[in-house]
Design a protein around this ligand. Structure first.
Ligand SMILES: Cc1cc2nc3c(=O)[nH]c(=O)nc-3n(C[C@H](O)[C@H](O)[C@H](O)COP(=O)(O)O)c2cc1C
Ligand SMILES: Nc1ncnc2c1ncn2[C@@H]1O[C@H](COP(=O)(O)OP(=O)(O)OP(=O)(O)O)[C@@H](O)[C@H]1O
Length: 316
């Protein structure tokens, strides 16, 4: 899979493709259905497949204060696209110029001129363009004029609700991890590189791997039983805190800190994927480091218990 940033960088080998457009935040089961149909069409037509995404996402550009936190960081999104057989990702910079494009101009500049799209796969309720005027009917009519076919993918539902990024954010905010997993088609996870922390964890008898979040704001907070997937393929039972660590810091910066159970290796600089299994409690501001240390000890005890029961249930 190849990533192209900007319309002017599209290479001839990506042209004449089958394409889809959207944010794909979460790459949930609804998104996966579109991407699977895209792969099938690409194979049938012997054409490359292309996903068109925007950075920033349109709402993050229009109303940053109202834009929801993301479920997937760009790198994870790209990895999921690759697993689903996408050949090209065109990442379009969503800026002032782009924002003003009418649906007609969007089709002309992006789909026809830059990509020469032969087939478009979209959700049946997909809308785009500066006034959201580009809907499925519009795409079909314009496609007929410009030489590309358009196919709708039916909405994927779960318990009578359309699977959506919003629904998954709600599930995570309520710590309903099983529901988030049913909507995503995989357990919720966050990946990042392990950075050096303040080394306070050792004093608290719980050394932690600090997963770098940069500007990423997680859709949930608190202490969780997790599994840490390491770069070498190992999975290690762990417990993690995602939050601002109010007991030791007032900056408001978010951290993801993972204490791996019975593990004493150097992880600095490695990429780690943290898979969330169960919430244990909310993050708290303790009155002393001693109280924090006691709380973390209890978290570790509960995490061990969880993994013991997990091993019994799954006959590991
Ligand atoms: C299981 C676990 C639970 C935690 N719970 C809290 C908490 O409730 N409140 C808090 O302020 N910090 C909490 N922390 C974060 C610790 O304050 C932090 O890991 C510690 O200061 C070590 O920081 P360092 O990695 O920079 O050395 C928790 C960390 C872990 C691993
Ligand atoms: N549950 C679903 N079933 C089928 N298609 C979906 C579903 N959810 C989103 N899609 C389609 O996936 C593509 C990408 O959607 P995009 O992520 O941009 O926004 P969306 O429709 O608002 O999704 P969400 O609300 O999940 O963020 C669109 O074609 C959209 O119609």
């Amino acid at each position: 899979m190849q990533l192209v940033r900007g319309l002017h960088n599209v290479r001839p080998s990506a042209q004449g493709c089958v394409a889809t457009i959207g944010n794909f935040d979460g790459v949930h089961l609804g998104h996966q259905q579109i991407l699977q149909s895209l792969a099938v069409r690409a194979k049938q037509l012997s054409l490359p497949s292309c996903v068109i995404i925007f950075e920033p996402q349109p709402l993050e550009y229009f109303k940053p204060e109202q834009a929801p936190v993301r479920l997937t960081r760009l790198r994870d999104k790209l990895e999921l696209f690759q697993q689903l057989g996408v050949d090209w990702v065109l990442c379009v910079a969503f800026n002032r110029k782009f924002q003003q494009l009418s649906a007609q101009e969007f089709v002309r500049q992006v789909l026809v001129k830059a990509l020469n799209v032969k087939h478009l796969q979209v959700g049946d309720d997909f809308r785009f363009g500066c006034d959201r005027s580009g809907d499925f009917a519009f795409l079909q009519a314009t496609g007929a004029e410009c030489g590309f076919s358009v196919e709708p993918t039916t909405t994927v539902m779960q318990a009578q609700q359309r699977i959506s990024s919003t629904l998954i954010r709600q599930a995570l905010a309520e710590a309903d991890l099983p529901l988030a997993e049913r909507l995503l088609g995989r357990p919720f996870s966050i990946s990042g590189r392990v950075m050096h922390g303040q080394k306070l964890g050792r004093t608290l008898h719980a050394p932690t791997a600090n997963v770098q979040l940069k500007r990423y704001l997680a859709p949930m907070q608190g202490v969780f039983v997790v599994q840490a997937h390491l770069a070498d393929g190992r999975s290690v039972a762990a417990v993690a805190n995602i939050g601002t660590r109010p007991t030791v810091e007032q900056s408001g910066r978010a951290y993801l800190e993972v204490h791996l159970l019975d593990f004493a290796e150097d992880l600095y600089g490695q990429r780690m994927t943290v898979v969330f299994h169960q919430k244990l409690r909310d993050e708290e501001k303790f009155t002393s480091l001693y109280a924090l240390q006691a709380a973390i000890a209890e978290d570790i005890r509960l995490a061990r218990l969880y993994w013991q029961q997990y091993a019994m249930k799954h006959r590991l």
